[in-house]
Write a protein of this length. Structure first.
Length: 321
């Protein structure tokens, strides 16, 4: 009869070691960055949504076609960042901006590159300003992440407008500097103690309980109502400025907003494929726009059209022949 007592040399199955950290709660997954995309062009919205949603740490929670809708979805979803176009029907981005920044950081993402619009957007609280065609997909993603953390992003056109604004706002006459700065004879300039810097807050109007977007007021300091967008865009001037010829009167070409954007890309040397990718349209659509542009500029080639657009053609500052 076999002995039921286990032999001391017999092998016993090994028990897994006890986890000394078993009572710790599981690690929490970092919440994805929540973004609202506001642009009146459905193709642009779809492209931006696809681009941003392809990142693990970013999700587009809502889209909007104008400023009113942007405010509504932002108020509902409480996003971390809002991407906002400038020119939209109904309530435009500039008008909605001071109300949106009370909900989430806002970065302007637009084709509008006029210095006055850039400066007004920053004055009303925008945390960044990106002009289409001046950034890569990776730079856009980085900007969205950084805006959430309070780090501003500007593409070259917006940065130039900001620099011009700073220079123009300087009061006449030299301004006093902290002791030890700006003195060539000082040997202790680097010994100055740091002074506290206050962070300039954007002007933000209080929102009444019965707030409705169609009645958003334009601040009295604004030189013009930027929500009034003309059907045709032109950069016109005449005469001479600072001893140099002024920019050509582009309004005479009567290009639409989209045609102005594409003509700017052509003048910068971009190919049809690059323009299509930048504008989120097909190459066939780009070609159709270019045909209409050539007709309006009385040009038969990209170089001729670019010369007239940039003011280097002989007839740039005269009427069309």
């Amino acid at each position: 009869m076999p002995d039921p007592t286990p032999h001391p040399d017999s092998q016993q199955p090994l028990q897994p070691p006890t986890n000394p950290f078993g009572d710790f709660p599981p690690a929490r997954q970092a919440a994805a960055l929540r973004v609202v995309v506001a642009d009146d062009n459905p193709v642009v919205r779809a492209g931006l949504t696809a681009l941003l949603s392809g990142r693990e740490d970013i999700t587009v929670v809502a889209e909007a076609a104008d400023g009113r809708e942007a405010y509504e979805v932002a108020h509902q979803h409480r996003p971390d960042v809002v991407l906002l176009d400038v020119r939209m029907p109904g309530v435009d981005g500039i008008s909605a901006l001071p109300y949106l920044v009370q909900i989430a950081p806002v970065v302007m993402l637009t084709y509008s590159r006029e210095s006055e619009i850039v400066q007004e957007a920053l004055r009303r609280g925008a945390g960044g300003y990106l002009v289409h065609g001046e950034f890569t997909a990776g730079q856009l993603v980085d900007a969205v992440r950084d805006i959430k953390e309070g780090r501003a992003h500007f593409t070259p056109t917006a940065a130039g407008a900001l620099l011009a604004q700073l220079r123009q706002s300087q009061a006449p006459g030299p301004q006093p500097l902290p002791e030890g700065l700006g003195q060539s004879s000082s040997a202790t300039a680097y010994g100055i103690s740091n002074s506290a810097h206050s962070h300039a807050q954007p002007q933000q109007p209080s929102v009444p309980a019965d707030f409705t977007l169609p009645h958003i007021p334009i601040p009295p300091t604004s030189s013009e109502n930027l929500s009034q967008v003309q059907p045709y865009v032109g950069q016109s001037s005449s005469g001479w400025t600072s001893g140099r010829p002024a920019a050509p009167d582009r309004s005479r070409f009567q290009l639409s907003t989209r045609e102005v954007e594409i003509m700017d890309h052509i003048a910068s040397g971009m190919t049809n494929q690059q323009i299509a990718a930048t504008c989120f349209i097909s190459e066939k659509t780009v070609k159709n726009h270019i045909n209409r542009i050539f007709a309006k500029l009385h040009s038969t080639s990209r170089s001729e059209a670019a010369a007239k657009w940039l003011g280097t053609a002989p007839d740039s500052h005269r009427g069309l022949g």
